[in-house]
Design a protein around this ligand. Structure first.
Ligand code: HEC
Ligand code: HEC
Ligand code: HEC
Ligand code: HEC
Ligand code: HEC
Ligand code: HEC
Ligand code: HEC
Ligand code: HEC
Length: 349
């Protein structure tokens, strides 16, 4: 592992009783396994470690390859754990054409097995910054490949991206020589677009993806931290099922509703797939659940607003979700007026 002077550890260690800040090294997530097996296994089945994989690891993932390309022509796979996969050639550039240079769709979408264009024909360096790697440093080129912009200690989001460098802790385990950061910003630095502020950028009738903190800040739960609802080591579908803990009054009433009796959960109405990562399923269904959660029953209001900034038009989502998204994915033959009629005062006064 590379030796990196850890600015992370400095900020992390300052808060720890009795320790002076000093540089530790990144040792890699595999070093944590022997003592934290449960955490390690949870993390393995979440998306975080799979964000960027060398081909020798990715080969076994049964992902199809873009036209003409073989595993020997590739160096890395980006994602491919949940929604989509993109591929990196042996020079470190993201694949945007068929192997022979002709036009081709090069992004594989896991949910429906379709392919999409990705910056077709462009020479596209992998400069996906600090959001996909552990201990990202913008200087240099990983593996000496010209298309790989920056260097990092471990591919994907390893234990030490969140806990800081672990060499001292591994040598002499103690609670005081490893960092824990529970702030919303520690997750939001990657789960954001255009900053961590409340305006979620939108495009084509959907919120764009990796904007969980923007959505959270715009919506019903401005003051909650991500880990209030997520174990950060576990995948999203294992989010704590805790709406009821804070909204017990609503939950009690909801238990008598036909939806509850049919097994519809809070999340299905309040976190509809208003956000698009790889594909849209229909006009009102993308492929990522939103964190806005507040529903607006007005049948006329628009979820999106376009503002002019520095002569450029930008579209953002408002801090609410309209009922076309919340209801029509299940009630496809109905419309917003219908939804509004039944949705207003949905849980009673
Ligand atoms: C040799 C065993 C060992 C290894 C290897 C190890 N840990 Fe630990 N870790 C411990 C023990 C023991 C504790 C509990 C210390 C205590 O409660 O006093 C701990 C505690 C922690 C904590 C909680 C700290 C707190 O403030 O409560 C974190 C986070 C952590 N380890 C992360 C890691 C990471 C990341 C790695 C890999 C870089 C790692 N550990 C490797 C033994 C180990
Ligand atoms: C995405 C960020 C992130 C990653 C990756 C991550 N952790 Fe954590 N970890 C946290 C946060 C945040 C907490 C505090 C959780 C809380 O207080 O509810 C935590 C808590 C812990 C704790 C102590 C508290 C407990 O729940 O027992 C240990 C031990 C730990 N992590 C080990 C690991 C190991 C080992 C890995 C890698 C296999 C890892 N973590 C990967 C963010 C992360
Ligand atoms: C600001 C941080 C950030 C940047 C910059 C970023 N991503 Fe991501 N990316 C994320 C997050 C967070 C997710 C998962 C959450 C979501 O989709 O809402 C994600 C998801 C993905 C996925 C889907 C992973 C899977 O397993 O389904 C791919 C592929 C991907 N990004 C590729 C890229 C590429 C290529 C670039 C650079 C051109 C890039 N990203 C830049 C944060 C970022
Ligand atoms: C009020 C509870 C709550 C808070 C706060 C919260 N989440 Fe979630 N999150 C959930 C639930 C519930 C799901 C959906 C789980 C499912 O699909 O069943 C989810 C899903 C996700 C997903 C996957 C979305 C998808 O459909 O692909 C990501 C990524 C995510 N959360 C990240 C975050 C981040 C980052 C934060 C903090 C900025 C955060 N969450 C705050 C409850 C919460
Ligand atoms: C270094 C950037 C980074 C940090 C820090 C980070 N994430 Fe992520 N997160 C990602 C990326 C990228 C993905 C997409 C991984 C994939 O699916 O391939 C992701 C995926 C997720 C998912 C969906 C995983 C799944 O299996 O469905 C959840 C939930 C999540 N992150 C929560 C958190 C929480 C909570 C924190 C803070 C404790 C956090 N993340 C910190 C970049 C980050
Ligand atoms: C840790 C506590 C907590 C959890 C967990 C939580 N909420 Fe909330 N929720 C709140 C608080 C606090 C408010 C703000 C109340 C207010 O504005 O009066 C709120 C507001 C809301 C609102 C908006 C009310 C409005 O119209 O202004 C909705 C909708 C909502 N929550 C749904 C959910 C759902 C769905 C979940 C589960 C995925 C959930 N909440 C989980 C605490 C929580
Ligand atoms: C996850 C799917 C799902 C979502 C989302 C959903 N519903 Fe339903 N809804 C159902 C099911 C299932 C039934 C029961 C149908 C039956 O038994 O005939 C139902 C029944 C109803 C009924 C009574 C039967 C009827 O068709 O007249 C109304 C009214 C209704 N839903 C309104 C709404 C509204 C308003 C929303 C959005 C706020 C919504 N639903 C969101 C699945 C859903
Ligand atoms: C079938 C769709 C549906 C389901 C499922 C659902 N809600 Fe709602 N919820 C709504 C609608 C629609 C509104 C908006 C009502 C209005 O503004 O008049 C709402 C409003 C709310 C509010 C805002 C306060 C209020 O009384 O209007 C909270 C909080 C809330 N829901 C929490 C929950 C929780 C917690 C669950 C699960 C126990 C849940 N909801 C399940 C449709 C649903």
């Amino acid at each position: 592992m590379k030796k990196i002077l850890a600015t992370f550890a400095v900020s992390g260690l300052i808060t720890m009783a009795g320790t002076t800040a000093q540089a530790a090294d990144y040792v890699g997530s595999d070093q944590c396994f022997q003592c934290h097996q449960e955490k390690y296994n949870d993390w393995q089945s979440s998306g975080h470690p799979w964000k960027l994989r060398k081909v020798d690891k990715a080969r076994s993932a049964k992902l199809p390859l873009p036209p003409g390309w073989s595993w020997d022509d590739l160096s890395y796979v980006i994602g491919g754990a949940k929604q989509k996969a993109r591929y990196i050639d042996n020079e470190g550039y993201i694949v945007t054409t068929a192997k022979d240079g002709s036009e081709a769709k090069t992004q594989y979408n896991l949910q429906d097995g379709s392919w999409s264009f990705y910056h077709k024909g462009e020479k596209k360096p992998y400069k996906c910054g600090p959001c996909h790697m552990t201990a990202y440093n913008k200087e240099g080129n990983q593996d000496g490949l010209p298309g790989m912009i920056g260097t990092w200690a471990e591919d994907g989001i390893g234990c030490e991206e969140c806990h800081g460098p672990g060499s001292e802790h591994v040598a002499k385990p103690a609670a005081t020589n490893i960092a824990i950061n529970t702030s919303v910003a520690s997750c939001g630095k990657c789960h954001q677009r255009g900053g961590m502020g409340p305006q979620p950028p939108a495009k084509g009738g959907f919120i764009r993806h990796h904007e969980q903190i923007n959505e959270l800040m715009a919506g019903a739960h401005k003051d909650l931290s991500c880990i209030e609802c997520h174990d950060p080591h576990k995948k999203a579908i294992l989010a704590k099922n805790n709406c009821v803990e804070c909204h017990s009054d609503i939950a009690e009433k909801y238990a008598k509703n036909i939806h509850s009796q049919q097994g519809t959960t809070c999340v299905q109405c309040h976190m509809p797939k208003v956000t698009k990562n790889a594909i849209k399923v229909s006009q009102f269904e993308g492929d990522v659940r939103t964190h806005i959660m507040k529903l607006n029953t007005d049948p006329k209001v628009s979820m999106f607003t376009t503002v002019k900034k520095d002569g450029k038009k930008s579209t953002y989502a408002e801090g609410f979700v309209t009922l076309d998204f919340a209801c029509l994915s299940c009630h496809g033959s109905r419309d917003r007026e219908w939804a509004s009629k039944y949705g207003t005062n949905f849980h009673g006064k």
